[in-house]
Design a protein around this ligand. Structure first.
Ligand SMILES: [Zn+2]
Length: 179
């Protein structure tokens, strides 16, 4: 009898945990902008604006700075094309998500879900989730290209090359992005 009661209690507790976690994920809703290579995931328009500005997505026109958020799409694809050209690697099935975080602290919180032993970088790529994670307050086109290079390398090789070799290639892309 006690065993049965405990079973019922376990079911009730697991339903409660499910409802609580479901509610928590609903609070953290991500909006998406689809580019050809990537999906940009963001929770606030202001983060997307800062990101687009910092990676050089907005353009000057005769009427001043064009700040349409949709300009993030061609800019992301332009940077990805440069990265692939620099590496001469064009994995046809590449598809990456780019998650935008407003500051270093919130990026760090995400980073600690992957590892507890390393210091939080300014941005990182995780092949497990096929995603780049960035702090929009410090991102540059070079840093983004560096992380995209990690993505391209991981999609291109069936067995991804060692971390050190990837790092050398990604740093090369960062340095020579606009050569
Ligand atoms: Zn790197």
């Amino acid at each position: 009898m006690i065993g049965r009661c405990l079973n019922v209690l376990a079911v009730i507790i697991s339903i409660c945990i499910f409802l609580i976690s479901d509610n928590a994920s609903a609070q953290n809703e991500w909006k998406a902008y689809e580019a050809n290579c990537c999906t940009i995931q963001y929770s606030d328009d202001e983060h997307l604006r800062t990101f687009t500005l910092r990676i050089g997505g907005f353009r000057f026109t005769s009427e001043g700075l064009d700040q349409r958020l949709s300009l993030v799409k061609p800019r992301i694809d332009e940077i990805m094309e440069k990265v692939q050209a620099a590496l001469d690697m064009h994995p046809p099935e590449i598809r990456i998500k780019i998650f935008l975080y407003p500051d270093f602290r919130s990026l760090g919180k995400e980073f600690r879900k992957f590892t507890l032993t390393r210091k939080t970088p300014l941005a990182f790529y995780a092949h497990k989730t096929r995603s780049i994670y960035v702090d929009v307050s410090s991102i540059t086109d070079g840093v983004l290209a560096h992380e995209m290079a990690h993505g391209v390398i991981n999609f291109y090789f069936k067995t991804p090359p060692p971390a050190k070799m990837q790092e050398i290639l990604a740093q090369y892309v960062d340095l020579h992005l606009w050569d």
